[in-house]
Write a protein that binds this ligand. Structure first.
Ligand code: NAD
Length: 360
């Protein structure tokens, strides 16, 4: 199979972690008989340095021509980087928001998985973390409160602010379909999270997800109120497989789920549209404080690439091989500085990339 991958190294540690991820992908291609054609795409600060803007039309076209895009991270140190002297719509992050919009990415996926080898970093009590957890938060990304009409007015001398939370059934349906499809590649369980005891938008969400569930009799659907879900994530995270939720609830719950793993350098993410196309990137930022020192952890980006193999290319066996390589390297005691613990062997970004590629 020929994989056309758009590649955005980005800023800060981005080029280092993408370089190591390509090493792993190239090894996967070699082992399983695929060919990878990479197209380099400039975004964020790297694009400002060359073109004066964080995103060009050519970059959008190049991304659209790819089957999937692998990204490092975007942005610099706001206190010292000249990129942040520019007006807000010309700064690195504006490029990221614009490319997500141009590509129609409405579903954001963030897995939160506790590796037994890293259980010490989990802030939960040992009796809870012992069971381990492996969940995936699917957050709607282009609707809801963050995109609704908003205004601030003064009424009778009092400032009054209004934000509106709107969803139509098609917006709910398309992300529910994604969630059920992805649950089929995991443990066949979807927990749909809403606030249906209060909000009309949540009652519609519940109704439409229940309708979609009828098309997936092999996937178990349950509904949970968002306040309960926030509690359950720290009380019994092992119960979750896919958590499906709207934009604002997902924003909050995905950060909570990330925190309970305790390891920011390990967390992958993906944003998908209604085709097989996706933009795959680590959950963390560009870490300008450690850029160029060969100490960044490339695993979040490598795991994002494994999501790309699974969800954009349906190469489940190859994705499993990448995830098993991560497990093996951790089991053998190799760690980058951010996840280092006593008795382990510390390696740099390049060293970790080499080890992962060798274990494929
Ligand atoms: P950050 O995630 O870059 O860094 C937070 C801390 O975690 C830092 O101490 C950093 O050294 C460490 N860290 C992050 N990733 C690591 C890795 N792979 N290995 C080892 N340590 C790692 O967050 P921040 O400092 O708030 O943001 C820095 C820049 O990244 C900003 O410009 C911000 O806008 C940008 N950012 C970009 C994205 C994105 O591209 N999607 C997401 C978040 C932040």
């Amino acid at each position: 199979m020929v994989l056309h991958i758009g590649c955005i190294p980005g800023d800060g540690i981005g080029p280092e972690i993408v370089r190591e991820t390509r090493k792993v992908l190239d090894r996967v291609a070699e082992k399983y008989g695929h060919e990878i054609a990479y197209t380099e795409i400039l975004l964020g600060g790297a694009s400002i340095d060359v073109h004066g803007v964080p995103l060009t039309q050519e970059a959008i076209e190049a991304a659209k021509k790819s089957d999937a895009v692998l990204m490092g991270s975007i942005g610099g140190d706001a206190a010292t980087s000249p990129w942040y002297q520019l007006p807000p719509d010309k700064r690195p992050e504006a490029g990221l928001l614009a490319i997500r919009k141009a590509l129609g990415l409405f579903a954001n996926l963030r897995p939160a998985l506790l590796y037994q080898e890293l259980a010490g970093a989990c802030p939960l009590k040992e009796e809870i973390s012992r069971a381990g957890f492996d969940m995936l938060i699917m957050r709607e990304l282009t609707g809801g409160l963050y995109f609704g009409e908003r205004r601030t007015t003064v009424e009778n001398g009092l400032r009054t602010a209004v934000d509106t939370l709107t969803y139509n059934e098609e917006e709910i349906r398309r992300i529910a379909v994604k969630a059920f499809d992805i649950a089929r590649k995991r443990r066949n369980k979807v927990t749909s999270v809403d606030k249906a005891n209060v909000l009309d938008s949540s009652r519609l969400w519940r109704d439409v997800t229940s309708q979609v569930a009828q098309e997936y009799p092999d996937v178990e659907l349950s509904h949970m109120l968002v306040d309960n879900c926030a509690m359950q994530l720290v009380k019994d995270p092992a119960q979750f497989d896919v958590i499906l939720t709207e934009n604002m609830f997902g924003d909050i719950l995905s950060d909570e789920a990330s925190m309970v793993t305790g390891s920011i350098g390990m967390l992958a993410s993906a944003s998908l549209n209604d085709t097989k196309f996706g933009l795959y990137e680590p959950s963390h930022g560009s870490a300008p404080d450690i850029a160029g020192k060969d100490i960044a952890n490339p695993i979040a980006t490598v795991l994002s690439a494994s999501m790309m193999l699974r969800y954009s290319f349906d190469l489940d066996r190859e994705a499993d091989a990448v995830e098993e390589a991560v497990q093996k390297v951790l089991r053998e005691g190799y760690r980058t500085g951010d996840i280092m613990s006593a008795g382990c062997v510390q390696v740099g970004c390049t060293g970790m990339g080499d080890l992962l590629a060798e274990r494929i």
